[in-house]
Design a protein. Structure first.
Lengths: 288, 288
């Protein structure tokens, strides 16, 4: 349960964009099989690994995004709650996006909103729109939290549904609905880096609404196209996620001692590349 | 973790239809605010309540369907695991459908399959298709379990997406895809009782594939239309869910002592009504 008052998610995000000058989000998807061996052997190895990544990359990120499934598969939700608490305490300016992707009828969605915002004290959460507005509405009532609706996900297997039909594809209907739902300014959309044309179409529909952009790292999305088509009128507006390419950047010789530094290097490099492209493509952007 | 070998989900379901002659599923959606007061005061009140309902209604059901969100909101996933274990031990012939509705990219879907089938030892699980085939495939690899894909959900808020566009609506694309995915005979679809026309259209697409039908109880779906349009060529093929109308049937005077008996009465009445309609509408059905 969240007891300390925090700045609203959207404001936190704006501060990270403008003052810390970063649109990079690090996804916390710990895989026990990919931890440094010395950590994998310890009972709290996942927790230690995640905290190491968090501390090492904090200055380079606008948000952290833990993946619930990584903890749910192991039955370690309490570990996830502890990790989020750790981030709030040690990096209070950085918002935490819970990657949960729940979607259910209204009465059940309300319980999942409780899960995300009270139990896990997340600042924002990803939500699946397949069951319509009532599956999103209970989250929206938490005015200080962010609600990130799946729109055009980064995987090509989703074409079959999200791109149907050509004339008025489902993903654009979701974008239009999200604009309608966004009466409190706390809605975002997931728009995969792997589909820059759709990113452009979404941006045209949603104005300056922030977008969570997965698919740049291991999935091969093009960062230049993301910045070109995804930024809002202020030259920001993106939360560009990288998970595996940062978390496991140090895998190889010296992994146990170097994993956090290598993750920091990967995060800094990517943040800098995003900045460079912003400067090139939106040179008038104001950085405070 | 599931250690005891169990009959495959689809076979269990067939046995309940044919030998126990029931298509009723009781949804286990415990709400701490609606428990009998004497139970609500106890630390394991939810567990006791659910076990009471399970024991009282077991002979009338073809499946139990616990809702993950009810436990996730309280952080009591271990209670859910204990409840499912209890059902397996005490009512081994009755399959357990975990109502989770997860949906994510392949690597994450694999973790959610682990959550459903290994951690919670469920016999089947509900899955959201918004991210496409890769979000379903990891579940399908568990050949002895059931995978129940959201197709046409029971809530009208979903029209906007599932009924789009008129000529080839999304829900029918999901039904067609499910037929394609069903190489091992372990796929089902969710088809809401509130939309009998769509139930008929789904049945026309999927052949004898079983359907999970929510929306008959509190949501007001018409049981006669469900049996008329939903049954397969053998006059069965449905898992008709009721949650609140059974769980809280005894609310009122004497609730604490009567809740289980009243739930049993409500379940028996509904099972009998389903049977009566089957006999009327599919008189040639063989009951063993």
């Amino acid at each position: 349960m969240r007891t300390v008052s925090r700045t609203a998610f959207i404001e936190q995000l704006g501060e990270r964009w403008d003052k810390q000058d970063t649109m990079l989000c690090v996804g916390l998807d710990p895989d026990p099989a990919r931890l440094p061996l010395a950590l994998a052997r310890q009972s709290d190895g996942v927790q230690q690994f995640c905290r190491g990544i968090v501390d090492a990359t904090a200055e380079y990120v606008c948000a952290f995004k833990p993946q619930v499934a990584c903890f749910a598969a192991l039955g370690t939700e309490d570990e996830l709650a502890r990790l989020i608490e750790y981030i709030h305490e040690n990096h209070p300016a950085i918002p935490v996006i819970l990657d949960a992707k729940r979607g259910d009828i209204g009465s059940t969605a309300r319980l999942y909103a409780t899960e995300a915002f009270e139990r896990f004290a997340a600042d924002a959460v990803t939500v699946n729109p397949y069951l319509g507005e009532e599956s999103v509405r209970p989250y929206l009532e938490y005015q200080d939290r962010g609600v990130i609706v799946l729109c055009r996900t980064s995987n090509s297997d989703s074409d079959w549904l999200q791109m149907h039909p050509q004339a008025e594809p489902v993903y654009l209907r979701v974008a239009e609905a999200a604009v309608h739902w966004n009466t409190r300014g706390n809605v975002m959309l997931v728009a995969g880096a792997t589909f820059p044309e759709e990113l452009r179409a979404i941006r045209a529909v949603v104005g300056d609404m922030p977008l969570l952009v997965p698919g740049v790292g291991a999935q091969g999305g093009d960062l230049r196209a993301v910045i070109t088509f995804g930024c809002n009128s202020r030259g920001v507006g993106l939360v560009i996620n990288a998970s595996r390419s940062v978390l496991y950047a140090g895998a190889g010789p010296g992994y146990a001692t170097e994993y956090a530094r290598k993750a920091a290097d990967a995060a800094r490099d990517m943040r800098d590349e995003i900045r460079r492209l912003q400067a090139e493509l939106a040179p008038d952007r104001a950085v405070i």
